[in-house]
Design a protein around this ligand. Structure first.
Ligand code: SF4
Ligand code: SF4
Length: 105
């Protein structure tokens, strides 16, 4: 199995759905996020928190994802949202994302 290196992968950062950005997620440039306040489907807790989510690029990838010669990397990796920090590399979901991206699992 290929050794997993999230900083060269980014498979789960593509078509990942909304990635919440909580007030405790600091250091993320605001222009990389968008507001979901008042959006149908978001609960009152999120509305009270003023929850934002990571914005998307035109190709539906996270706005913080960028490509380089090694693959894809997160430009805010040190300050990435807690949702991303807690996504377990090596989990079934990780391997499913990698498979969708055409990477070795
Ligand atoms: S968690 Fe898995 S899919 Fe996501 S960047 Fe890391 S290795 Fe890739
Ligand atoms: S913030 Fe970084 S780790 Fe999280 S989905 Fe976006 S590119 Fe991936």
């Amino acid at each position: 199995m290929t050794e997993l290196d999230c900083q060269k992968c980014g498979a789960c950062c593509t078509h990942a759905g909304d990635i919440s950005v909580y007030p405790t997620d600091t250091g993320i440039p605001k222009h990389l996020t968008r507001s979901v306040r008042g959006r149908v489907g978001y609960g009152s807790w999120e509305a009270e928190q003023g929850t934002r989510v990571m914005a998307k690029n035109d190709c539906d990838t996270c706005s913080a994802l960028k490509s380089n010669k090694d693959g894809y990397t997160c430009r805010i990796y040190e300050n990435r949202p807690v949702v991303c920090r807690e996504f377990p590399a090596g989990s079934d979901e990780c391997f499913a994302a990698r498979k969708l991206a055409g990477l070795d699992t």
